[in-house]
Write a protein that binds this ligand. Structure first.
Ligand code: NAD
Length: 502
């Protein structure tokens, strides 16, 4: 513990409608990756803290599911207004703890709020279906009911938005909720839970438990939790998926990615460069939808590279809160060191270092975690830098002769999150979208992350489960169907309590 850390606040959990100290004894520093400043300390909660949150969520369930679906939707309108009123504070918190630029953080918070807006449609989206006379006088109907206590375990790269892929949809459907934020970026959800605290929800509807692996394992094994959503790296996604499924829970686990961007010879050059730069280097490459491999087809390579190199070298690296910064720091010094090692590895595998960002130039805060945008050219599909997720501002460029070869490179990846194609040819696009084994496709768009009203539909090792996050899948995930087949024997003329006998 350093002298600075003694004076910073220790974060609380939020359980049963109260800010509550964690009972775990370990704590970690939360640092601003732009400066190295310690912002707060986060408790590593114990399994007893998870027990308390789950007990509160279970206790709140009967009352919350009886609140009318319209009243639940109205709470989401209030939540939307509460977040909107504090959106700049939320965005500054995202930048301060995670590092992405303030412009990018504002966009993240806007998408967070959009999730709440999508969830307000619950009186329509949660409707069941009915048909009369499946047999004479016999009706069949399916209603949707909440699943129960739902939990979400989330990564560091979207401290505001990713928790909202789940929380608004879960509570809209009448579930109660436990959130475990990333221990690297727990501050933004302190603000969001302060907004939730002001909504006068029944205590226990939403709960926040800070911590790391021990909290996750308690959630996975907890008999009081019915459904789990996970977003994070592929190895942990697999652990979560297998362990939660073994415990009989409903589970969706969104994992890592290696996203390709195909550039055809007829692509509009300047727009393509803009798209590649935004995709590869936005959020310093720390997006699960970041493009990390550029696949140039035919002479697209030689047309593209000078412009791509020049635009990359012009990007300004620095503290994301400052004006004019294009690329902020990566999340931690450990991440910075790991990314530099990946660049070294690419070079040792035979790639050409077209732009070297290992030692960023210019005035940067001494304790910040900076890696400047980097381009590895002449990469071959079998190299590790072409196959594994680097999760930093590094673009690998592979040149192939045909669209067929480009599709083969993409389909041989074990991941299948996002992909983009840059071309003016409708026929190439038609082939591409039909044949790529990837769940989210961009056409002349670098980061094809779906809006809240569509599912976030990764494939292969990027997603384990069947129901995706947000969009129509959210209501499917957060409800269970009950089917009632019914027959009535009386005539319906006055036998019920609502009729006065004459
Ligand atoms: P991570 O897997 O290290 O952590 C994610 C969560 O799991 C955190 O809350 C963490 O506390 C917990 N965790 C970490 N190790 C654990 C373990 N051994 N056992 C149990 N729990 C553990 O991921 P990260 O570094 O925070 O986030 C970056 C990763 O998330 C990248 O791989 C990125 O592609 C992925 N991601 C995927 C999507 C998607 O939609 N597919 C979205 C965002 C991020």
């Amino acid at each position: 513990m350093t002298a600075t850390t003694l004076s910073v606040r220790l974060l609380d959990n939020y359980v049963a409608g109260q800010w509550t100290p964690a009972s775990g004894t370990d704590e970690l520093d939360v640092t601003n990756p732009a400066t190295g400043e310690v912002l707060a300390r986060v408790p590593m909660s114990a399994s007893s803290d998870v027990d308390a949150a789950v007990a509160a969520a279970r206790a709140a369930l009967p009352e919350w599911r009886k609140v009318s679906v319209i009243a639940r939707a109205r709470k989401l309108f209030e939540l939307r207004e509460g977040l909107e009123a504090r959106k700049e504070e939320l965005a500054r918190s995202v930048t301060t703890e995670m590092g992405k630029t303030i412009v990018d953080a504002r966009a993240e918070v806007a998408r967070m709020i959009e999730m709440v807006e999508a969830a307000t449609a619950v009186p329509t989206t949660m409707q069941g279906r009915i048909i009369e006379d499946v047999s004479t006088n016999v009706d069949a109907e399916t209603v949707r009911q909440p699943v129960g206590v739902c939990a979400a375990i989330v990564p560091f790269n979207f401290p505001a938005m990713v928790p909202y892929w789940f929380l608004p949809f879960a509570i809209a459907c009448g579930n109660t909720f436990v959130l475990k934020p990333s221990e690297q970026v727990p501050l933004t959800q302190q603000i969001a839970f302060d907004v939730l605290d002001g909504l006068d929800l029944p205590p226990g509807v939403v709960n926040l438990v800070n911590g790391g692996r021990e909290v996750v394992e308690s959630i996975l094994d907890h008999p009081g939790i019915d459904a789990i959503s996970f977003v994070g790296s592929a190895p942990v996604a697999r652990i979560v998926y297998e362990r939660a499924a073994k415990a009989g829970k409903r589970v969706q686990a969104l994992g890592g990615a290696k996203n390709h961007m195909v550039v055809m010879p007829d692509a509009v050059l300047d727009k393509t460069v803009d798209g590649l730069i935004a995709s590869g280097f936005g959020a310093a490459g720390q997006r699960c939808m970041a493009g990390s491999v550029v696949v140039t087809v035919g002479d697209a390579h030689d047309k593209l590279m000078p412009a791509l190199r020049e635009a990359t070298e012009q990007l300004r690296v620095g503290d994301g809160l400052q004006d004019g910064i294009d690329v902020g720091p990566v999340v931690s010094s450990a991440a910075r060191d790991r990314i530099r090692e990946w660049i070294d590895r690419g070079v040792s595998e035979g790639a050409t270092l077209a732009v070297d960002g290992r030692e960023p130039e210019g005035e940067l805060p001494g304790d910040g975690s900076y890696v400047a945008p980097t381009i590895l050219d002449d990469v071959k599909p079998e190299m590790a830098v072409a196959q594994e997720e680097i999760f930093g501002p590094v673009l690998s460029v592979i040149n192939v002769a045909t669209l067929d070869e480009a599709i083969e490179v993409i389909n041989s990846s074990r991941f299948g999150n996002g992909v983009s194609i840059f071309t003016e040819s409708g026929a190439s696009v038609r082939r591409f979208r039909h044949e790529v084994e990837v769940g989210m496709v961009g056409v002349n768009i670098g980061v094809a992350a779906p809006v809240a009203f569509f599912p976030f539909s990764g494939w292969k090792d990027s997603f384990l489960g069947d129901l995706h996050a947000h969009g129509p899948d959210a209501v499917e995930f957060y409800t269970r169907k009950k089917t009632v087949t019914s027959r009535w024997f009386s005539s319906g003329q006055g036998s019920g309590a609502y009729f006065v006998e004459k």
